[in-house]
Design a protein around this ligand. Structure first.
Ligand SMILES: *Cc1c(COP(=O)(O)O)cnc(C)c1O
Length: 359
């Protein structure tokens, strides 16, 4: 068996320890005689998994009882419309910070439900940066401010939450969720598709401040799309195997040392990679330095021919899934929590030798 150095942007690499545990209990989950996939979502085994996952998330993020944690289907993309459908009426305003393809999609869906003020856009420079606070043109009366904490495609990330003067933040944290501590006091709602930093595809975690949800008083929302349906009880069959794996990833996050451990490790990995890129002008980062992501590192080589050769030779060296998104081109190394320092070292060693041979 071989395991390669996997730099996939998503679905992304999972911790080997997690896969091994899932493998070891696949056929017989804790003496039940079945796998966790083959039993009721209302029985004692799965109920425990679901509660453990919620409790672990609360512990890891330091959430009190003033937050709901739910696991919903439809991915982050469903959240684009579900947030707006629940929290906006046609005469109400929300501010959206446009820092990439995912923000753009979130805006498009939200416009169906309320008035959207684009408080900032870096589209003119192909989304190579995120704004400073002074660049935001926020509305007087926004219900919330939506931002994408990490821009998976363009390799940019907010270093810290944008300042909204107290207006609750709604965040698409799909590609940097649990990669570092956050200031939870600033958030009304956070959503993240699992398949980047949290588990396999099939579920989005949604964290909702109870006080924020209490202000929601719309009565015309289809039952399954109303957040209150899911915060009150387990409404329907969840993707049980996905949530089981999310729970194992959360256990792994806690055992490793939580968010401060991952912040340190992720910073170390990103610094190693960016210092290799910045050594001279053979490699060229595509994001502005102050906006660089610690999760998705995007860069170009002197020519597209060299990029193709780089990708082919990297694959032969077991460094896989490094091709950049087609809208940016070049190379993208996604180095989420489960990507080890050893994998990043293997990549930078390869980059050094590729440069020596081709420059
Ligand atoms: C991947 C991604 C999405 C889309 O997630 P789906 O689960 O495929 O809908 C949305 N936002 C960000 C920031 C992402 O990285």
């Amino acid at each position: 068996m071989k395991r390669v150095h996997n730099f996939s942007a998503g679905p992304a690499a999972l911790p080997t320890e997690v896969l091994k545990q899932a493998q070891s209990e696949l056929l017989d989950y804790q003496g039940s005689g079945t796998s966790i996939m083959e039993m009721s979502h209302r029985g004692k085994y799965y109920t425990e998994v679901n509660e453990q996952a919620q409790d672990r998330l609360k512990r890891i993020l330091g959430l009190g009882d003033d937050f709901h944690v739910v696991f919903l289907q439809g991915g982050a993309s469903l959240q684009f419309m579900q947030v707006a459908m629940n929290f906006l009426s046609p005469d109400e305003i929300a501010d959206y910070i446009n820092t990439g393809a995912w923000s753009t999609k979130a805006i498009k869906e939200a416009q169906r439900f309320g008035k959207i003020n684009e408080a900032f856009s870096s589209k003119g420079s192909n989304f190579n940066r995120v704004p400073t606070d002074s660049e935001l043109s926020l509305s007087e009366d926004a219900k919330f401010v939506h931002f994408t904490s990490n821009n998976t495609i363009f390799g940019t990330q907010f270093a810290t939450e944008p300042n909204t003067n107290g207006v609750p933040l709604v965040c698409d944290a799909s590609s940097d969720f649990l990669s570092r501590p956050i200031d939870i006091n600033k958030y009304g709602l956070i959503y993240a598709g699992a398949q980047k930093n949290l588990g396999p595809s099939g579920v989005a975690v949604v964290i909702i401040r109870k006080e924020f949800l209490a202000k929601q008083n719309k009565s015309d929302i289809p039952t399954i799309l109303d957040y209150r349906t899911h915060t009150e009880k387990l409404f329907h069959t969840p993707p049980t195997f996905t949530i089981y794996l999310v729970n194992l990833v959360l256990k792994w996050v806690e055992e490793k040392g939580g968010l401060s451990y991952f912040e340190k490790l992720n910073t170390q990995k990103a610094e190693l990679l960016y210092s290799t890129i910045d050594a001279d002008d053979f490699y060229r980062g595509t994001a502005e330095v102050a906006s660089r992501s610690k999760m998705n590192v995007t860069f170009r080589l002197p020519s597209e021919e060299l990029e193709a050769q780089f990708l082919a030779e990297a694959e032969q060296a077991d460094l896989v899934a490094l091709k950049g998104h087609r809208s940016v081109g070049g190379i993208r190394a996604s180095i989420y929590n489960a990507c080890t320092l050893e994998s990043v070292q293997a990549l930078t060693t390869f980059m050094e030798s590729f440069k020596a041979k081709n420059s």
